[in-house]
Design a protein around this ligand. Structure first.
Ligand code: CAA
Length: 261
């Protein structure tokens, strides 16, 4: 599949880098771009050798400045419903990928862009990043999950403040409130993202997938049911060659050679 609105690279084995590539529109998400992101998600999901997906925006100014306002301006209620459903499906699919998905937020990260970053497992931000849900400035509300994922990440009070004021959150505040895990100088963001992806790719691949599954599925369960889930997944890890190799390598004081099985 050739893409018009995104770039997909594999800078190193197992590491995918998706770049939303509409810099003239600050990488705004139109329907075609959402379809292309969905195709990438399907490709990564089908690749047993995939270890990490990094998501970023083209150019120096924006990660993604929102859903495409020009495309939305004159749509009907039915089209608005369909556009939101499409965006939701893409965000759910991205979040549900079995491997870690990490947003490299390199500038404006607004509206649908902030929702895209929130659907990633965690966020690394550049010192130029600016997060926000400015939909109220346009007379609408978020449509790709922002009213749900932002409160789950920041708590309802902080999220409601941002959702009702449209205020932008700069990198230092994003770090302080837990929106971003780390902040780096803009010129270093990609290298830091790759370094992180490399370190995850070197771990036991089945174990990394099980960890993500435990955290994601467990988050929707009560504590004791979630801990029982962890027990099941822990036991399952002992059916793998990687567990045997990982523990043997530790005891033999050598690096493990994981086989992903
Ligand atoms: N959709 C479409 N085009 C956009 C866009 C968007 N979300 N954001 C920026 N652009 C376009 C601008 O129209 C402009 O195009 P032209 O050069 O053709 O005029 C170009 O990108 C550059 O933008 P600006 O000239 O505005 O750049 P700036 O530096 O002055 O301002 C900005 C940057 C503060 C990010 C400003 O562009 C902005 O406020 N953008 C809109 C942010 C927004 O409201 N996002 C939410 C969208 S609604 C949504 O996302 C709904 C949802 O949840 C599903």
């Amino acid at each position: 599949m050739t893409f018009q609105n995104i770039l997909l690279e594999q800078p190193e084995p197992g590491i995918y880098l998706l770049t939303v590539n509409r810099p003239k529109a600050l990488n705004a998400l139109n329907a075609a771009t959402l379809d292309e992101i969905a195709a990438v998600v399907r490709k990564v999901a089908a690749d047993d050798a995939a270890r990490v997906l990094l998501v970023t925006g083209a150019g120096e100014k924006a990660f993604v400045a929102g859903a495409d306002i020009a495309e939305m301006r004159d749509i009907t209620i039915e089209q608005a419903q369909a556009f939101s459903e499409k965006g939701m499906q893409v965000m759910h699919a991205l979040e549900s990928l079995p491997v870690p998905v990490i947003a490299l937020v390199n500038g404006y990260c607004l509206g649908g862009g902030c929702e895209l970053a929130l659907a990633c497992d965690w966020i690394l931000a550049s010192d130029t990043a600016a997060f926000g849900q400015p939909e109220v400035n346009l007379g609408i509300l978020p449509g790709f999950g922002g009213t749900q994922r932002l409160p789950r990440k920041l708590g309802p009070a902080r999220a409601l403040e941002l959702l009702t004021t449209g205020r932008q959150v700069k990198a230092d505040e994003a770090l302080r409130v837990g929106l971003a895990n780390h902040v780096y100088p803009a010129a270093e963001l990609r290298a830091q993202g790759l370094e992180l992806a490399r370190s995850i790719a070197a771990k036991g691949p089945v174990a990394v997938r099980l960890v993500k599954q435990a955290v994601q599925r467990g988050g929707n369960l009560d504590l004791y049911t979630a801990c029982a889930l962890e027990t099941d997944l822990f036991a399952r890890a002992f059916t793998t060659q990687d567990q045997k190799e990982g523990m043997r390598a530790f005891l033999e004081k050598r690096p493990a050679k994981f086989q992903n099985r």
